[in-house]
Design a protein around this ligand. Structure first.
Ligand code: ASP
Ligand code: MG
Length: 410
């Protein structure tokens, strides 16, 4: 018998029929003798619908109220799923995030989970109930409803799995796992049965849309295995991707996948004083505005000045540019400019640790296609480049082929 946390995404609970199908699946797992805790998203399209309503009423209104509204989508699904289970004779109980007490900080719309109270949940499990928890939401120390950011139900699921010391966190979605790249860009992309949490972290942070990055970070930190499966496959032993500790993976390929991200924007200030504290002076206010910075490049200084380039999410481009250009003026910088038509492409694989020349092969491939590289960053297990957005698909396809990832090659 195991304790399993299952998360069902928006398309998996997108209609009354889908909710019934999810209830049937939960009952099958329960009948195998497992304890089941379920996390659900809002029905597909619902969060976007709520966002549109907010935009129509008062888009610049307080973040607290945004979260009051956005958290309602998940509350509907937990109730519906509990009713579906009840209708099929299976005892179930729904919990909103605040009812569980998923305690978060107070950064509305991207709150972080600080703690989860598990006492009541454990008592219900001991009673034989299936527990249904609303994903994506929590409550701050002052009792305000908070939400965790788009895709945040994944994080709720992993955090709950960690808090309850579950054996596995299953993420049911509309795809049957992680692929070597997005199959919409490369139709011959290969299904990956197992990869390490570190690789998944890179794949997710680099833009592979299957799991929210925070969820993977959480899982990585607490060694929680995540299994990605399709809720549209009726077979309970269906194809899946197990994301687990590196030690548990036998096959160490050099390049596991090609990840990419279109939602990037680049900002550059030139001619800033080359002196101690300059990076802090530039990036401090960006971070204070809660804007996440991804890649950072500072040039070698000359004439006591230097240039500074970094990337942010495209949604935060305008705000970041405003902050940066005001700072630039204050510091007497030469120029302040940006570009939001860029994209990032990365090759990822733990096998890179012991292989030289992977970056060279990547650059050679891009050069052959005449794609200009604007920025490069590397870690032990990935190489990322920023390129013009218009070359993104070409870059992904040629790298996927160059590293032998096409299903029909191996
Ligand atoms: N409903 C939220 C969203 O669409 C959270 C989630 O589905 O994970 O982003
Ligand atoms: Mg999702």
């Amino acid at each position: 018998m195991a304790l399993i946390v299952q998360k069902y995404g928006g398309t998996s609970v997108g209609s009354a029929e889908r909710i019934q199908a999810v209830a049937d699946r939960i009952i099958r797992w329960k009948q195998k003798g497992h304890d089941i805790v379920v996390v659900v998203s809002a029905m597909s399209g619902e969060t976007n619908r709520l966002l549109k309503l907010i935009a129509a009423v008062n888009p610049k209104g307080s973040a607290r109220e945004h979260d009051v509204i956005l958290s309602t989508g998940e509350q509907v699904t937990i109730g519906l799923l509990s009713l579906a289970l009840e209708g099929k004779g299976c005892a179930a109980k729904s919990y909103t995030g605040p009812q569980v007490k998923v305690l978060t900080d107070n950064s509305f719309s991207k709150a972080r989970i600080l703690d989860i109270e598990d006492k009541a949940l454990r008592a219900d499990l001991a009673d034989g109930k299936v527990i249904i928890v609303a994903g994506f939401q929590g409550v701050d120390g002052d009792g305000n409803i908070t939400t965790l950011g788009r895709g945040g139900s994944d994080t709720t699921a992993v955090a709950l799995a960690v808090a309850l010391k579950a054996d596995e966190c299953q993420i049911y979605t509309d795809v049957d796992g992680v692929y070597s790249t997005d199959p919409r860009v490369v139709p011959s992309a290969r299904h990956i049965p197992r990869l390490s949490l570190e690789e998944m972290l890179e794949m997710a942070s680099q833009g592979s849309k299957v799991l929210q990055i925070r969820a993977v970070e959480f899982a990585h930190k607490y060694h929680m295995p995540i299994r990605v499966l399709s809720s549209f496959d009726e077979n309970d032993d269906c194809k899946s991707t197990l994301v687990t500790r590196e030690e548990d993976i036998m096959e160490k390929v050099v390049v596991r996948g090609v990840a990419f991200n279109r939602d990037e924007a680049q900002l550059t200030v030139t001619g800033v004083p080359d002196e101690p504290g300059i990076a802090y002076k530039i990036l401090g206010p960006i971070s204070d505005a809660n804007i996440e910075v991804d890649m950072i490049v500072q040039n070698v200084g000359s004439d006591n000045t230097t240039d500074f380039t970094f990337t942010v999410h495209r949604n935060e481009y305008e705000q970041a540019k405003e902050i940066l250009c005001a700072l630039a003026q204050e510091m007497g910088a030469r120029t302040c400019a940006g570009d939001n038509k860029i994209a990032k492409v990365s090759i990822v694989g733990v096998g890179m640790r012991s292989h030289a020349g992977v970056a060279r092969d990547m650059f050679a491939t891009l050069a052959k296609e005449g794609i200009n590289i604007r920025m490069i960053s590397t870690s032990e297990i990935k190489v990322s480049v920023v390129i013009d957005e218009k070359y993104l698909e070409l870059a992904v396809r040629s790298l996927h082929e160059a590293f032998g990832l096409d299903a029909d090659i191996t």
